[in-house]
Design a protein around this ligand. Structure first.
Ligand code: ZN
Length: 321
């Protein structure tokens, strides 16, 4: 059931029939209360540097999360002027080739390349164990995010949706829950006073782009068509794990050994990998784009800065004393 339908059903079902007097006493229902965080917005490419002076922090539990689900949007935000940082929360020791040590090394190599191709200022590796994040103290991870958000002066975060449904990976839902809490606590004047003694100041995250692998309430579709080739460039670097990397050349070699070939995969490994990613890995973005009349889209639950109704009222109504 759609969340909005569920809420409406929940609010009206199971209540005793109200008397006319009681009905009259209730405030009129505003449809806006079901559109908290604003209704659907199609975010299109913007000219110039409208995000100059802002900082975007992309947070991924694993080396392939941002490349797969949000790279187009992160490229867009940085092209619009935002300074970018990347945080990888785990050491990816459960997803990659060979022994645990070889898996960690392979993902570390990928992360060096991803940092460069994505064009962020730097990546912070928090180095928790892969698949085990439901066993850590959330308050510790939250505190680390708060420190980083204050240090980097994070205006925008991009990560998994803390309310994404059917998410099976504890690294995804623990990371997103801690980011969500840290994003507002970073603006508090009393939380972690030792940060202020060390020279930091309270700093609230103002915009949150939350993506989900499965179901979520989507209120932002980002047109990523201009960044598709760079998104492919980035996904080529996830060689240790995930559906991209060198999957195209592996499929091409397997078919070749069986006496078959796919025209899609071209005549060399480079074109096989690139075409494979465009056809299969970015299929999700084409399907999302179709829903919104775009060639390629990344979908999010977007949360912007809260409206300050008092300041707005003062601005429009205050008169000289
Ligand atoms: Zn992941």
């Amino acid at each position: 059931m759609h969340r909005r339908t569920f809420l409406q059903t929940t609010l009206t079902a199971g209540l005793p029939a109200a008397s006319p007097a009681r009905q009259a006493a209730q405030p009129p229902q505003s449809p806006q209360q079901f559109d908290a965080h604003e209704p659907l917005v199609i975010e299109r490419p913007r000219s110039g540097k409208p995000r100059e002076g802002q900082v975007v922090v992309a947070i991924q539990p694993h080396s392939d999360d941002i490349p797969l689900f949000a790279a187009g949007t992160v490229f867009k935000l940085m092209d619009e002027g935002a300074k970018g940082y990347l945080i990888r929360v785990t050491n990816d020791d459960m997803a990659g080739p060979g022994s645990y040590a070889e898996t960690v090394s392979a993902n570390a190599r990928d992360m060096m390349a991803i940092t460069k191709v994505l064009g962020v200022e730097r990546t912070f590796d928090l180095n928790y164990n892969n698949h085990m994040m439901d066993n850590i103290a959330r308050s510790e991870l939250r505190a680390r995010f708060i420190f980083l958000f204050r240090l980097l002066k994070a205006d925008i975060v991009v990560t998994y949706d803390p309310w994404g449904e059917y998410e099976e990976n504890p690294d995804h839902y623990v990371t997103s829950a801690c980011v969500e809490a840290a994003a507002w606590m970073a603006g508090g004047a009393k939380d972690y006073p030792e940060h202020f003694a060390a020279g930091l100041s309270p700093y609230s995250v103002k915009e949150k782009y939350y993506f989900a692998r499965f179901e979520q309430r989507v209120n932002r579709a980002v047109d990523i068509a201009p960044w598709v080739e760079r998104k492919i460039d980035l996904n080529l670097e996830n060689k240790a794990q995930g559906p991209a990397g060198e999957a195209g050349q592996r499929l091409r070699a397997r078919l070749d050994s069986q006496g078959q070939r796919l025209p899609l995969l071209g005549s060399d490994d480079a074109s096989a990998n690139r075409n494979y990613i465009r056809e299969f890995v970015l299929q999700r973005d084409r399907v999302a784009g179709e829903r919104h009349g775009l060639a390629y889209a990344e979908q999010f639950h977007y949360i912007g800065p809260p409206q300050d109704h008092v300041a707005e009222y003062v601005r429009t109504n205050a008169i000289p004393r």
